[in-house]
Design a protein. Structure first.
Length: 403
């Protein structure tokens, strides 16, 4: 359907404007009058040229979804109809992709679809967790409460993700800069020194010979090494996409000496927060565990959760199979067990999530403090070693002249 831009005034004289899809101008006028808006101007909106590249598909940011969810919860709680709330939220979206998605959802709901059914048509924006919670909210008549919980969950999940990124950006940046500096020295600087030393007819010391040899190898085989690393990266990614590869690599990640405990805390916090949100919203535990396993981010944890789900179907508690997996700390197992026995599993899971999110904060701070001296030593040994090896012949020449 064509899109029209409209301007109008309410019965109180307040000016309004917006965009609306309709078969013709008459339909726009009818719809506006139903909302007590007197249209003053209606004009077709010009077509926008969009370029869809297969490798560059804009995604909806989680922060935008969190804001949308919280605003929608507020509007529904205030008594606004769902269709009208979606229309208002669509008109204020800056992202065209998200605006189009909300418009489509509004049309589906207006056409008789449930809100959850309309959301399920857009899995790139609204995942299984989101749609299942909305189903529970619609069926229980507490959609505004569920949406508030969802917005809280998304905000906390995003905060956790930012903590992880802050822990990884610093060391990766330092190592990347060090590699670039060393490559520049090896390819451009050291050959100049070598030519100078050879022309002087001086015997080079062993550290300088080693550095010069490495420089020649890098300069000669630079392209081969570069494409070899690219090939290795692609091969690892392809292997990681396989079931066996994902299981092995994710298991190794959890066993890393410094990063392993951090990633385990992140997985436990994500598991507890997601399952707690689902259980408190009335989602059945078996369905909740299926959703949680997909959102865990680690295949080892996912396998443990799915094994727990199979055991629960046979009559076991949640704590027993999770304990057997060996991927969850004893404190988590004990708290889940207490939550099951007291009937307060959702509250207990929320407390676990709060505790481990704080633990991630502490772990990120400790990791940064631990890595700073290590990286300084690394830079000093690598770059300093290269520089000193180049100045050794100069020191020898100065010593010979002094004698």
């Amino acid at each position: 359907m064509p899109v029209y831009r409209w301007e109008g005034k309410t019965t109180k004289g307040v000016e309004k404007k917006g965009e609306m899809e309709a078969p013709n101008e008459a339909a726009i006028r009818t719809h506006l009058r139903q909302q007590n808006i007197i249209p003053t101007k209606i004009s077709p909106k010009g077509k926008e040229i969009t370029i869809n590249l297969p490798f560059f598909k804009p995604k909806v940011k989680q922060r935008a979804i969190a804001i949308f969810t919280r605003q929608l919860a507020t509007m529904i709680d205030a008594g606004l109809p769902l269709v009208q709330s979606l229309e208002i939220l669509a008109s204020q979206q800056e992202s065209k992709v998200f605006k189009d998605i909300i418009k489509t959802i509004r049309e589906d709901v207006e056409g008789g679809s449930t809100f959850a059914g309309a959301l399920k048509k857009h899995p790139t924006a609204f995942n299984e967790l989101y749609t299942n919670l909305v189903v529970a909210g619609e069926e229980g008549g507490i959609l505004d409460t569920i949406l508030t919980r969802l917005s809280n969950y998304i905000e906390k999940a995003e905060a956790l993700k930012k903590k992880v990124k802050s822990a990884l950006i610093y060391p990766s940046t330092i190592v990347g800069v060090a590699v670039i500096v060393v490559v520049i020295l090896m390819v451009f600087v050291i050959p100049v020194f070598e030519t100078m030393f050879r022309s002087a007819g001086q015997t080079l010391p062993l550290p300088t010979l080693v550095t010069v040899t490495i420089s020649k190898l890098i300069k000669k085989y630079f392209l081969a090494m570069f494409f070899g690393l690219v090939f290795l990266f692609i091969a690892l990614r392809r292997y990681y996409r396989t079931e066996k590869g994902k299981l092995i690599i994710d298991g190794l990640i959890l066993r890393l000496p410094v990063f392993g405990p951090l990633f385990q805390k992140i997985a436990v916090a994500r598991f507890s927060r997601t399952l707690g949100t689902l259980v408190s919203s009335g989602v059945p535990i078996l369905d909740g565990l299926t959703i949680v396993s997909k959102a865990s981010g680690n295949r080892r944890i996912e396998t443990a959760i799915m094994n727990a789900r199979a055991s629960i179907r046979e009559g076991e508690t949640i704590a027993e199979p999770l304990n057997r997996s060996g991927n969850f700390p004893p404190m988590v197992i004990q708290m889940i067990s207490v939550g099951e026995s007291t009937g307060a599993l959702d509250n207990m899971l929320s407390k676990i999530a709060d505790f481990y999110e704080e633990e991630v904060d502490v772990a990120v701070g400790n990791l940064t403090s631990l890595l700073e001296p290590f990286l300084m030593v690394f830079l000093g040994v690598v770059i300093g070693g290269v520089v000193i090896s180049m100045y050794l012949p100069i020191f020898q020449m100065a010593s010979a002249v002094g004698h």
